[in-house]
Design a protein around this ligand. Structure first.
Ligand code: HPA
Length: 270
């Protein structure tokens, strides 16, 4: 693992001539947010040693490095999911790379289904905690002390400080930004109605198939993270129609304008 990270970061340092401070990972349907960086250095994932290839719908699979305002940022356009068949270590490899390159704060975005009537398609929601129902953990196996401690605390996985900045930005720009608990499932089949009811009983507001492994590795490696879900659909406790990939993409589009405002201002204020 350490060798693999070193190889990837050696390669990237030759391509990127600055030390990035902030990382941004874009979820399903959110590629356009990458336009916030002008004239980025673009590196396809295929070119990065040790990186696997993103097979998820509408995930571009490339790394963009550049300036957003006067901050040095890296945007990952597309992520890896456990449901693609990758190991948890492969899914979270990009987070390891970002840490070694110098990133201190990470902005994670995803598309999520809503289990709470207050969160409607097109809304943005701050993830203030999560429930790992993926049945696996990226830290399983021998611990590399160089990467982090054996039993990292998950008391405050999502930074309260970064969430407060986000809520102020939303208020200033007149859009809603509530907080909710994200349940991470392995997928790829969507939840049954009984599973949705169970998730509600467990206290979850949102459901999705990403983010949780990445956040665990963020905490293990000592970075700060803010998680932003774009609600793309109501889960099927609220209705009986299946939601299509097209619906998910359409509702992601609705939220993009606010997401861009949020990320741009957050990067400025970090
Ligand atoms: N369930 C799981 N993952 C998702 C959903 C959903 O309803 N919407 C977007 N990602």
């Amino acid at each position: 693992m350490l060798k693999k990270i070193e190889k990837a970061t050696d390669y990237l340092r030759k391509k990127i001539d600055f030390k990035p401070q902030i990382g941004i990972i874009l979820g399903t349907g959110l590629n356009q947010v990458a336009r916030l960086i002008e004239n980025p250095v673009i590196i396809p994932y295929d070119d990065i040693p040790g990186m696997v290839i993103s097979t998820a719908p509408s995930h571009k699979g490339r790394l963009l490095a550049g300036f957003l305002d006067d901050k040095k940022v890296i945007i990952l356009q597309g992520r890896f999911h456990y449901y693609e068949g990758y190991s948890m270590q492969e899914v979270t490899f990009p987070v390891r790379i970002l840490k070694v390159l110098g990133v201190k704060q990470l902005i994670l975005t995803n598309a999520a289904g809503s289990l709470n009537e207050e969160f409607q398609p097109g809304n943005l929601v701050l993830i203030n905690d999560h429930i790992n129902l993926m049945g696996d953990n990226p830290l399983r196996g021998e611990n590399q002390e160089k990467l982090g401690e054996r039993f990292p605390s998950m008391n405050e996985p999502y930074s309260n400080e970064l969430m407060e900045i986000c809520q102020n930005i939303a208020q200033e720009n007149d859009f809603e930004l509530k907080k909710g608990i994200y349940a991470g499932l392995a997928g790829p089949s969507l939840e049954t109605r009984a599973e949705c009811k169970m998730l509600v009983y467990l206290g979850a507001d949102l459901v999705g198939m990403s983010t949780v492994p990445e956040v665990i590795v963020v905490i293990h490696s000592g970075m700060k993270v803010v998680g932003i879900s774009v609600v793309t659909n109501l889960s099927n406790i609220f209705h009986s129609q299946a939601h299509s990939q097209e619906d998910i993409q359409k509702n992601a589009q609705k939220a993009i304008a606010n997401l861009k405002i949020l990320i741009k201002n957050l990067v400025k204020k970090i």
